[in-house]
Design a protein around this ligand. Sequence first.
Ligand code: ZN
Ligand code: ZN
Length: 175
Amino acid sequence: MKIDITGLLSTENLIEDRRAEMGLSLVSSRMGEFPIKKKLPFTLHLENQGNRRLLVSGETDVTVAIPCGRCLEEVPVELHLTVERVISLEDAESNEDSGEDGAELAADGFLDIDRMLYDEVMLAIPMNVLCREGCKGICRVCGVNLNHTSCSCDRTVLDPRMASIQDIFKQCKEV
Ligand SMILES: [Zn+2]
Ligand SMILES: [Zn+2]
């Protein structure tokens, strides 16, 4: 959602606490698409610091579904998001929608909460998420989830460590 902060922008040294809802239900990036399963209302602390600077701070928790790095099953991961930034009002007016600093504040005085939190979610998403310790992953031959079922495929040559050794041999031959 976007919140109207025109009043705050025009009054130096004004402090406001506002409640906001995150409108995002999905974040997508090069790493994939991550549905947002749960979110809490977000209390924002806003401060017009004078000199055309606006301080925005706040915290919230969201639960994002991230695929397990081995079996790809969705794992709910709770992320604690902390926002703390100072936006230059000059930047906000000059580079609207350029994706640079201050882009979350539009020239019309609306602060884009979703845009701000989107960045925080992207930063907070952990790289190696596993559904459980020792997840057995997916059979590389037939594709079954080995946590739920077993198969009789011969995976010995497709062991990831072996596969990387095979790659090295291949590269040696190609050179
Ligand atoms: Zn897994
Ligand atoms: Zn199999």
